[in-house]
Write a protein that binds this ligand. Structure first.
Ligand SMILES: C[S@@+](CC[C@H](N)C(=O)[O-])C[C@H]1O[C@@H](n2cnc3c(N)ncnc32)[C@H](O)[C@@H]1O
Length: 264
């Protein structure tokens, strides 16, 4: 596939813009320029816990868009069936529903030659479905549009910076994974692991392992909490801190690096 910059003429254009992982100052100059080129922002309402996150998106638009009018189109994000036994199938159905929604938004809310944007938390390449869905919409072929990705600061990088550590040790690999998988994967010694999307169960299951942990919640925001140490000494504190912080805020986002306790 050969793609050149500025292909497309008066084709509809979608920008997938990273807004960083919590601090409005994570945003890049490229992202600010992309915000200022956008006619329509598509905002997917994820309900309940996402209010602080919606507020950050609004703050970013208000702060960085200068002297330009734009429209905001809100749509309800299709719900994923979290009770379905078949996790892969449920996620696939959810992606189809979201692809149909994206297709309708691009078809009905964007004029030819206009630019629409999805603002993505952290970097769009990590545990985010926006790019997969846009690829599916392109494949369906019902609407013609071009799209571009503006990379940004991932929560993994904010975690490393907050703890003042590199993610990898010298010449060693780093494994990016989820709470759903890490307990099984760690047995195969994949190297140091950055664990996204753990509801606390994986951490509880790994609590007595001979690992160091660098944990962070609400990274980049005024609520940020950091805890590090040997897992069997700090796991209980992390789980209790996680529980009470979540209760107080009504939502939580946390991730951690697990590192084998050995020199290097
Ligand atoms: C759907 S993934 C999106 C990851 C995002 N694309 C990134 O690059 O950071 C959401 C998960 O990322 C992690 N995460 C994102 N932002 C975070 C933050 N500010 N503080 C702590 N964890 C965060 C959490 O593990 C959360 O469950």
């Amino acid at each position: 596939v050969v793609r050149r910059v500025n292909e497309g003429g008066d084709m509809k254009k979608i920008l997938v813009i990273s807004i960083g992982a919590g601090d409005p100052e994570h945003i890049t100059v490229q992202a600010i320029n992309a915000l200022n080129a956008t006619d329509v922002f598509f905002v997917l309402d994820k309900g309940e816990a996402a209010h602080d996150l919606l507020r950050l998106r609004e703050e970013i638009c208000a702060r960085y868009i200068a002297g330009r009018s734009y429209r905001t189109v809100r749509a309800e994000d299709p719900r994923r069936d979290r009770k379905a036994g078949d996790y892969g199938g449920a996620v696939e159905r959810w992606h189809h529903d979201r692809a149909a929604l994206f297709e309708a938004l691009i078809r009905d809310e964007l004029k030819d030659g206009e630019c629409g944007a999805f603002l993505v938390w952290g970097d769009p390449s990590l545990y985010d479905s926006t790019l997969r869905i846009l690829a599916e919409v392109t494949e369906r072929g019902a609407v013609r549009f071009d799209y571009e990705v503006i990379p940004g600061v991932s929560s993994a990088h904010v975690l490393a910076a907050a703890h003042r550590i590199p993610l990898n040790r010298i010449g060693q690999p780093v494994h990016f994974t989820t709470g759903r998988r890490v307990v099984d994967e760690i047995a195969a010694d994949p190297g140091d692991c950055v664990v996204f999307l753990d509801d606390g169960s994986a951490l509880a299951a790994l609590a007595d392992r001979d690992l160091d942990i660098f944990w962070g919640a609400y990274l980049g925001t005024p609520r940020q909490i950091l805890i590090s140490g040997h897992l069997n000494e700090v796991a209980a504190t992390i789980l209790e801190t996680r529980r009470s912080a979540r209760q107080e805020a009504g939502w939580i986002m946390d991730l951690y690096l697990l590192r084998r306790c050995r020199a290097g």
